[in-house]
Design a protein around this ligand. Structure first.
Ligand SMILES: Cc1cc2nc3c(=O)[nH]c(=O)nc-3n(C[C@H](O)[C@H](O)[C@H](O)COP(=O)(O)OP(=O)(O)OC[C@H]3O[C@@H](n4cnc5c(N)ncnc54)[C@H](O)[C@@H]3O)c2cc1C
Length: 389
């Protein structure tokens, strides 16, 4: 493995860093307090080619490799998890999913609009009774002439109020197969319909407060038959493959949060003086800084390895889950330590570390909690119990 960045990777990193530091960082606190991300940021990300991500130029994308995309998420995550979260859902969960599973017509029709940021995408899997256990969803799709009627409720949907298009997972009704996974279908649903009720969650979140989250209810919502991704009953496979792309984005975003915690802590412990010396000269503080740096470097290597494997076309399920698990846990520890090192200032919004501390909890939860990543890792390592199958 050679992590010397190619000229293109360096360029994407430079573009993302400049955008994140000059356009996002200065307004990150204001966005967190107002609970809103200005739409102009979406347009700027589209113009810079960030939203086009790994999608081919033929569909209006930027055709970058996965390592470049990880570098972009790292830079955005360093500035603001809400902005990074917006893009991970839009570009990695929705666009990469359509690119992989969509028909030629679906790709031609939808991907250019999404790459230009003219339509925003969201991914609607979670329900009140189905979180980690995605196969337990209760939203139904009833087949009628020319299409399907969707009924059900989705919760915690990032971009849900601002999106024009959702990938919605629903179970065929009546159920055709005894195995719950086999009944799930992925639907591409235009959201500007009267049979769809969207309720904003603004003000209810611990972190990611500038992200847009919605609870979405479908009441006899018609979806035409050409809006299925990869056929009836293929939805569980589609959902899991999208999450694998999303997990790499979350891992890279966590790496960015970790870097921001580290930078803030180094800066503060160099300046703050107590007992007649800078606090960075106390050995216990040095131990914290050393641990933060060692785990930061470990996360970075794990995230880049997962991206590199994807770029080689090699299987990366195990390595992506390891990266997501380790990078989010390490960043959560770093954020907690960063607040402690800043003392009472870390506990107030005078410094951004309290925002990192609130935001990082979301990264441990969505796209498979840390427990679920541990399950994936253990299953990949141990394999199936042949006696049971
Ligand atoms: C900021 C944010 C944004 C989100 N955006 C989206 C989105 O865009 N689209 C979407 O569909 N969803 C979204 N979600 C929902 C998210 O994907 C779910 O919250 C997540 O999958 C966990 O489900 P749950 O919250 O129902 O927790 P549960 O599944 O109820 O889990 C609760 C606890 O039990 C543990 N647990 C569950 N099962 C097991 C097991 N088998 N073994 C060990 N422990 C277990 C979990 O790890 C967790 O600690 C978002 C959530 C957040 C916080």
């Amino acid at each position: 493995m050679d992590f010397t960045f190619s000229p293109q990777q360096q360029q994407w990193q430079r573009i993302a860093r400049e955008f994140a530091q000059t356009r996002v960082c200065p307004i990150a606190r204001e966005m967190d307090e107002s609970g809103k991300m200005p739409h102009s940021l979406v347009s700027e990300m589209a113009t810079l080619g960030l939203l086009g991500a790994t999608i081919g130029k033929a569909y209006g994308g930027s055709e970058m490799d996965h390592l470049s995309l990880a570098l972009i998420y790292e830079e955005l995550g360093r500035a603001c998890s809400s902005v990074r979260g917006f893009m991970t859902v839009h570009s990695s969960l929705v666009m990469q999913c359509i690119n992989y599973w969509g028909s030629e017509d679906q790709k031609k029709k939808l991907l250019p609009l999404l790459a230009r940021g003219e339509t925003i995408g969201c991914y609607a899997l979670t329900e009140p009774e189905a979180g980690s256990d995605a196969a337990a969803i209760q939203t139904t799709a009833q087949k009628i002439e020319g299409g399907y009627l969707l009924n059900g409720e989705k919760i915690w949907i990032t971009n849900g109020n601002i999106a024009g298009l959702a990938i919605v997972f629903a179970k065929l009704d009546p159920i055709k197969d005894a195995k719950p996974h086999n009944n799930i279908t992925a639907f591409l649903v235009p959201l500007d319909q009267p049979d769809i009720d969207r309720r904003a969650m603004r003000g209810q979140e611990l972190g990611h407060r500038a992200s847009d989250h919605a609870n979405i209810t479908f009441k006899n919502c018609f979806v035409s038959e050409d809006m299925i991704l990869d056929g009836e009953g293929m939805g569980f496979k589609v959902a899991m493959s999208a999450l694998e792309h999303g997990r790499l984005g979350v891992a890279a975003g966590a790496l960015g949060v970790h870097q921001a915690c580290f930078d803030a802590s180094v800066d503060y412990t160099r300046k703050r003086r107590q007992f007649g010396q800078r606090i960075g000269d106390f050995e216990m503080v040095q131990s914290t800084i050393a641990e933060m740096k060692a785990s930061l470097d470990a996360s970075r290597l794990l995230v880049y390895r997962a991206a590199w494997l994807k770029d080689q076309g090699q299987p990366s399920k195990l390595e992506t889950s390891i990266a997501k698990y380790y990078a989010t846990e390490a960043a959560a520890k770093a954020a907690s330590e960063a607040v402690l090192l800043h003392g009472n200032r870390g506990y107030s919004n005078e410094y951004p570390v309290e925002r990192y501390y609130r935001d990082i909890k979301g990264l441990q939860i969505y796209e498979g909690t840390s427990h679920i990543q541990q399950i994936v890792i253990a299953r990949e390592v141990l394999g199936k119990d042949e006696a049971k199958s």
